[in-house]
Design a protein around this ligand. Structure first.
Ligand SMILES: Cc1cc2nc3c(=O)[nH]c(=O)nc-3n(C[C@H](O)[C@H](O)[C@H](O)COP(=O)(O)OP(=O)(O)OC[C@H]3O[C@@H](n4cnc5c(N)ncnc54)[C@H](O)[C@@H]3O)c2cc1C
Length: 500
């Protein structure tokens, strides 16, 4: 009986990956002593098996395999092709090239000309695209610093020969967090930590705030913190598109389909805490429903859940939250609706306006050049709107946002709302922070989700971190071990210290 640790599993994966390249992909057969069979005979034997299996498949399955890959199995299967899934696919392929067969399954059915999936409801494309170091959780600060460095070099990282380099329109105008007397000490503590970790921010007294931003009403403000570099916003769609194109260019495969279930396989030799010896079942394949309505299984070596707001629901398909031992704990990630309003105010604050966050949580930033702005605010916890659709509540702006931003910027008294949209945060109800790493029950299931409104800026760092866990067996750059699922089991939330 054995309980494989993550390191030994990765070693197994590495040897498995080598074996896949030699023997045509018969996963989990690598325990057979390869010395006893000549590699060429083994290749022929396995290929014969694959070909025989292929011809015995139903017609629909054959067509699916012809369109994608004949073997029906891959090394790493990523569920969700938003910023997290696409960044993971990019980093894995960038590092392992032909050594890993990476497949991304993305359900968003909307297709625009040239067969491009256009993600109508993914968090990524409905996001505001903000990036800041103004957090109180060290890992979030570190991930954002890396995110900014990645954005500055994005044209180099994501360049694909024959295509224009991605233009993410990084606008490093900074964030400005404002605190009343009540939040000033916390703001100062956060600032110190951010400085220690390499962020370039400045604390501003009300007088200094007024000098720098004459349009700001500072009457109830005790302190402000302004980002001097690496903070601002960028175009989320361009970053996602860039990651996806580059991942595909490096050999990752995107399949349009919805993950609807898992297949399990019995592994009686594996022991896991809380599981009756001999009854352990591992994840074997993902069931994918294609736009035609057919369901196809894809076997995988490793699977990553990066399904954004639907991650909790996808995890449930893997019995997470529906079993004994470690499986009794659900993945606490669900959709939470957030509104963004676009408004016009030609005499509003000028081009150097940072993304400004009021002590009430209401925020605004400029959008382009022609006196256009966007803004929003999270609702009170007891007033979360329904997540049945992406309809916008226009009254929410009048009641909960306008009074605060119009008090902060006099010109906003006369603003005019032009349009609005709603998107879903992939909200982690446990502590509103990302969950990254191996699931403690399954030795081949990784999680990369739950960033709750700050995930787009962390996409580059999370993709790299997942790649490190899979290929190196542990974090090599930013240590994200505190973000693992384990904290949900041990009941240790990592909470952001908010400013008031
Ligand atoms: C209004 C709003 C403003 C935001 N502002 C910011 C900001 O300023 N800065 C910031 O950093 N972050 C912001 N965010 C958060 C950020 O957008 C998210 O954290 C990030 O995009 C999450 O990326 P993801 O890849 O995990 O999820 P998604 O982008 O949602 O991608 C998940 C993908 O999985 C697919 N999927 C789901 N279920 C299945 C299934 N069963 N089978 C196959 N595919 C499936 C979905 O179709 C989707 O494309 C904002 C979010 C919103 C909604």
């Amino acid at each position: 009986m054995s309980r494989l640790g993550s390191h030994s599993f990765v070693r197994l994966l590495k040897c498995n990956v080598r074996c896949v390249r030699i023997c045509g992909g018969q996963r989990f057969k690598s325990n057979e002593p390869s010395e006893f069979e000549h590699p060429v005979s083994r290749t022929i034997r396995v290929l014969k098996g694959d070909v025989k299996n292929y011809f015995s498949l139903p017609e629909g399955e054959k067509t699916f395999r012809k369109q994608h890959f004949l073997s029906g199995h891959c090394d790493v299967l990523v569920i969700g092709g938003g910023i997290m899934g696409s960044s993971i696919a990019y980093w894995l392929k960038q590092r392992a090239r032909q050594g890993l067969h990476v497949v991304v399954v993305e359900k968003d059915p909307t297709v625009i000309p040239n067969n491009v999936l256009c993600y109508t409801s993914a968090s990524t494309v409905l996001s505001v695209g903000g990036i800041r170091q103004q957090f109180s959780v060290p890992e979030s600060i570190q991930m954002s610093l890396f995110g900014a460095e990645f954005l500055r070099n994005v044209k180099k990282h994501l360049y694909v020969e024959g295509h224009d380099p991605p233009d993410v329109q990084f606008t490093p105008t900074g964030y400005l967090f404002l605190a009343t007397e009540k939040g000033a000490t916390q703001l100062e503590e956060n600032y110190k930590l951010q400085q220690e970790l390499g962020a370039k921010n400045e604390l501003l007294s009300p007088t200094k705030l007024k000098e720098k931003f004459p349009w700001l009403n500072t009457e109830d403000i005790a302190l402000g913190c302004h980002g001097l570099r690496d903070e601002g916003w960028f175009d989320p769609w361009s970053l996602l598109d860039g990651f996806k194109k580059k991942a595909i260019n490096l050999g990752a495969e995107y399949i349009q389909g919805e993950a609807v279930g898992f297949k399990f396989k019995s592994m009686p030799d594996v022991m896991v805490e809380g599981v009756e010896p001999g009854t352990y079942e591992a994840l074997d394949s993902l069931l994918i429903k294609t736009p035609s309505g057919d369901i196809h299984p894809i076997k995988f070596g490793l699977c990553v859940i990066a399904a954004g707001p639907q991650s909790g629901a996808v995890a449930k398909m893997a019995r997470i939250g529906n079993g004994a031992g470690y499986l009794q704990f659900p993945l606490p990630v669900e959709p939470r609706k957030r509104y963004v309003y676009a408004f016009n105010c030609p005499n509003g604050p000028g081009l150097n306006t940072p993304l400004t966050v009021d002590p009430t949580g209401a925020y605004f930033r400029r959008e382009g050049l022609a006196g256009s702005f966007i803004g929003g605010r999270s609702p009170d916890v007891d007033k979360e709107p329904s997540t049945e659709n992406l309809d916008v509540d226009h009254q929410f702006f009048d009641d909960y946002i306008w009074p605060h931003i119009a008090k902060r910027v006099k010109a906003f008294e006369g603003l005019k709302v032009n349009s609005a949209w709603a998107g879903f945060y992939e909200y982690n109800t446990f502590d509103a922070n990302g969950i990254v790493g191996l699931h403690p029950y399954y030795q081949n299931l990784y999680l990369a989700t739950g960033f709750s409104g700050h995930g787009i800026q962390h996409g580059p760092a999370v993709g790299r971190a997942v790649m490190e866990m899979i290929i190196d067996g542990g974090f090599k750059t930013i240590d994200l071990s505190r973000l693992s699922f384990d904290r949900i089991i041990t009941g240790n939330p990592i909470l952001e210290n908010n400013i008031w």
